[in-house]
Design a protein. Sequence first.
Length: 157
Amino acid sequence: MRKHALLVVTVCCAAALTWAQKAASVDPWAGSWKLDASKSKLRGPAPQEILNVEAAGQAIVKYTIAGTAADGSNYNEVYDGKSDGKPYPLMVNGQEAGKISYHRISERKSTAHASMADGTTIAETITLSTDGKTITAHFHGKDKQGEFEETRVFNKQ
């Protein structure tokens, strides 16, 4: 009986692990993405950015951005929140820089609203291409200098 119970537990664990791996592999957002400055419309000099999106499911948004600004300084952004329309912290270099709320519209489209610590506000639409190779983020924001538009295009690595 103990051998049978151990076999059942082992099979269930293996099935759960396989299911979890399969669920993670079908998340089309998950993976490493590189900013394509030539296709982006940026306000200033182009940074170098790598966006890493974790497979976290439909209700969770988890990503990091490792970047190098035009002046050579490095930065790291981390976001870990839900796509429930409520604000969650955006951490930049270990400090809270603002809050972002995400709302998933469909499997390939989300919207976001950010309120940054410096008073900047941003409305964003994020779209994943149908071939799963490009993320395009359109920003409309307002800061101390006025309103602005920006588009960032990331290609899957």
